[in-house]
Design a protein around this ligand. Structure first.
Ligand code: TXA
Ligand code: MG
Length: 341
């Protein structure tokens, strides 16, 4: 459904043009929706204090109203306005990781509307490490509530073209600053629980959090699982294990599916085995460099929607560092279709 003209504003990633930023900031101040790049994925922003604007985010995304949004800030003084108090752990983490891909959850200040927090007494906050995002928040003059700029359930957008696939004609503007960097979302860390709790692994690894908080016990839950899918249209099967057994399992599964007349897609890596005879191959970086997989993962998942495949087979990665985040997203996309060899 297209209702409005989406203003496409191309900007330089490092030195975003002032007039484009000023225009986008104005759109936010007037209650509009602006998509913008961050160092993780593209976000879909609204002025966090404008209840009606934030309501539009939920509407265009088709997002369940009980799934709260992250408030994006460009300065520490904005943090003081949106949270009730700042813990010692929060200070340590912000010093190490902000601006950057770490979202922290703290008790919310009364100015934060219920629609942003999903009615919770806490609020998620992050300072993105991207010149365009920071300039936009500054120009808006208020904190910016923003989920990833994808239709609910779809893989997050890492390029402006992905945002337009989902929202052209439905949002007011997009700041197109080229590809986002890390490619997977921020780590979400709840600091309102007894021990800090990772609700979503992301761009900051567990190893990095551990060394910052030295000795502090960190819990991991999958609290966000009920809402997120990251899934292409065709059912996705995640094959895990070690050694050559994984590749032969993928080949056997592909053969069986083809015999049943189904078109097979395979998500694999440039430095992995050659699967070209087994199905339509899409690469998501190098498995020897999980950072490149994170950067290419969502574009790879989205590309299956254009490839006319009936089933997608995915080769798993080792679950450490950013590989843990990639596997978290792949498991959600697989929605229980896990095959261990
Ligand atoms: O990298 C990112 O975090 C991107 C960019 C745009 O900043 N944003 C993003 O937003 O991924 P979204 O809405 O797709 O994911 C936000 C996650 C959701 O899982 C949500 O449930 C959780 O953060 N969240 C937000 N506020 C929360 C709160 N008060 N308590 C618990 N979880 C919260
Ligand atoms: Mg999202």
């Amino acid at each position: 459904m297209r209702g409005i003209k989406t203003c496409h504003l191309k900007v330089d990633r490092v030195n975003p043009e002032k007039d484009a930023i000023a225009r986008a900031g104005m759109v936010l101040r007037r209650g509009g929706l602006v998509a913008f790049p961050t160092e993780t994925v593209y976000g879909l922003g609204a002025a966090a204090t404008n209840t009606r604007a934030v309501a539009r985010i939920f509407e265009v995304k088709g997002r369940p109203p009980d799934n709260p949004l992250i408030v994006h800030i460009s300065s520490r003084s904005q943090l003081k306005a949106v949270v009730k108090d700042i813990t010692v752990e929060a200070e340590l983490l912000m010093n190490d990781f902000w601006p950057g891909p770490l979202t922290i959850i703290l008790p919310a200040a009364p100015v934060v509307p219920d629609i942003v927090t999903g009615g919770l007494t806490t609020v998620a906050v992050r300072m993105p490490d991207h010149p365009v995002a920071l300039a936009l928040i500054k120009a808006a003059g208020v904190p910016v509530a923003a989920p990833s700029a994808n239709l609910s359930g779809q893989p997050s957008p890492t390029q402006a073209a992905h945002v337009l696939q989902d929202f052209d004609g439905r949002i007011d503007a997009i700041l197109d600053g080229g590809p986002a960097g890390i490619g997977v979302e921020s780590t979400v860390l709840d600091l309102t629980t007894q021990a800090p709790t990772v609700l979503r692994p992301g761009g900051i690894t567990l190893e990095e959090l551990g060394s910052c908080l030295g000795g502090v016990n960190i819990n991991i839950t999958d609290g966000a699982a009920k809402h997120t899918h990251y899934a292409p249209h065709a059912p996705l099967y995640l094959v895990t294990g070690s050694g050559p057994a994984v590749a032969s399992k993928i080949r056997r599964l592909a053969e069986a599916e083809k015999r049943n007349g189904r078109r097979v897609g395979i998500l694999t890596y440039v430095d992995s085995e050659d699967f070209s005879s087994a199905g339509k191959v899409v690469f998501a970086g190098y498995k020897g460099s999980p950072e490149t997989v994170a950067a290419g993962l969502y574009a790879a998942l989205r590309s299956f929607n254009e490839l006319a495949v009936d089933i997608i087979l995915v080769e798993g990665l080792e679950e450490k560092g950013i590989g843990l985040t990639v596997m978290n997203r792949l498991k959600k996309a697989a929605d229980g279709r896990l095959i261990q060899v």
